[in-house]
Design a protein around this ligand. Sequence first.
Ligand code: NAD
Length: 252
Amino acid sequence: MEREFTGRVAIVTGAANGIGRAIALAYAAEGADIAMLDREAEPLAEAAELARRHGGKVLPIVADMLDRKQLAECFARVESDLGPAYVLVNNIGQTARENYSEFYVAKEETLDFVVAVSLQTTLMCSRQVVPGMRERKAGKIVNVSSDSAINGDIGTVDYAAAKAGVLGFTRALARELAPFKINVNAICPGATNTRAMQRIPKDAFERARNAIPLGELCEPEDIANAAIFLSSSKGRMITGQTLLVNGGRVFY
Ligand SMILES: NC(=O)c1ccc[n+]([C@@H]2O[C@H](COP(=O)([O-])OP(=O)(O)OC[C@H]3O[C@@H](n4cnc5c(N)ncnc54)[C@H](O)[C@@H]3O)[C@@H](O)[C@H]2O)c1
């Protein structure tokens, strides 16, 4: 039986670990040829090995998406090795983690970094695929935001600002691209069982877990299921939307 994304190229940023890895594997399982972009070589090679088991083409590329030159080279390579992108999942992003602090004491370089990694990478990666998607009048963009964008969590002002920016970007881009039959949507994961969650301070972790009505963290696969749905033919009339996958912590 033909799978949903057979013969189509999906690009996933931050695909070596956590949510991005689960998303890349889900597209591979649905028949896509996948480009997996990440700056961490070892876990990326491991994730690519898992993806290859699904039988499609797999192109892992080690690159830092904060470096504009590397980013552009990376997307050019995807196009020449795999072909034009049908799906882009902008997954890269993070809080200040160990440098987590309330705004009044936050360091300027931390604020800059969190906004760059959580918002600018989304814009810059999208820029690489949008012209081609417009020409082909086909494509799906899925942006990974966070329920912090909606709830606003103490100590993550920079992250909430950047991830709310991702939602605004999603809506505006969805309007621009709707005439070209391109869907742009966002997912807001709640606390999800990845290493990122283990890195935040213990009290913040406890607070996050205790605030989930369904009583457990999301698994990366829960987020991957949402990405697949939003970019599939079943989601064809959904665009500009924000889907919360968070065990009920915040409603929107
Ligand atoms: N884990 C959660 O609880 C949670 C909750 C809400 C939103 N999110 C969002 O989900 C996304 C994935 O989070 P995760 O928990 O899987 O994180 P993770 O740290 O487990 O994985 C992130 C991946 O992105 C890669 N990456 C980061 N910066 C990069 C860069 N500049 N260039 C290339 N690769 C880079 C990392 O190497 C890593 O493999 C992020 O946008 C995060 O903000 C996560």
